[in-house]
Design a protein around this ligand. Structure first.
Ligand code: PNS
Length: 164
């Protein structure tokens, strides 16, 4: 049983995240997409909203024989991975600029828990510049984000903005 954790903030989930999950499905039997609960950060979407949106969009991706489920975690990622009996952490790498930070995290996680491997995956080039942070910024400034997030996420962002 190859179980992997795909951790992140997913604020909100983008097409780049979904592309990584689809690719990960070719390698793993189960992927737990897990949202970090970070008390120090003020997210755009609440944990419940992010979880709900992920579950919704995951229904529309190609998963093959892989099971994908959504969860959340607090504290150290490696402790959570051990508790979930997962021995792989998946992270998407878009550009070299991502690599330095990801390498640091992967090596720190390896030091903390040598039994867990980090697997870096590359999204399709189309998504190589897409990040949740930029999607939110462009959206909040009135720019088009069509094609960068699933239509339902774009709709949820509009609703959220209109709420206040
Ligand atoms: O989507 P993000 O914000 O880039 O995800 C970052 C995440 C959640 C992978 C990272 O912040 C994390 O693992 N946080 C949990 C706390 C932890 O384990 N810190 C030590 C990492 S070396």
């Amino acid at each position: 049983m190859r179980r992997a954790i795909y951790p992140g903030s997913f604020d909100p989930v983008t097409n780049g995240h979904l592309d990584i999950i689809e690719r990960g499905c070719k390698l793993f039997d189960e992927i737990i997409v897990s949202i970090l609960v970070n008390p120090d950060k003020q997210p755009f979407f609440t944990l419940e909203e992010r979880s709900e949106m992920l579950s919704e969009v995951l229904q529309n991706i190609s998963q093959g024989n892989c099971t994908v489920r959504v969860d959340s975690f607090r504290g150290l990622l490696v402790n959570y991975a051990v508790a979930q009996q997962a021995n792989v952490i998946v992270r998407g790498i878009r550009a070299i600029s991502d690599y330095e930070y990801e390498l640091q995290m992967a090596l720190m996680n390896r030091r903390l828990e040598p039994g867990i491997e980090t697997v870096f995956m590359m999204p399709a080039e189309t998504y190589s510049y897409v990040s949740s942070r930029l999607v939110k910024e462009v959206f909040q400034l009135g720019g088009a984000i069509t094609g960068l997030v699933p239509p339902v996420i774009e709709r949820r962002m509009k609703e959220k903005m209109n709420q206040g």
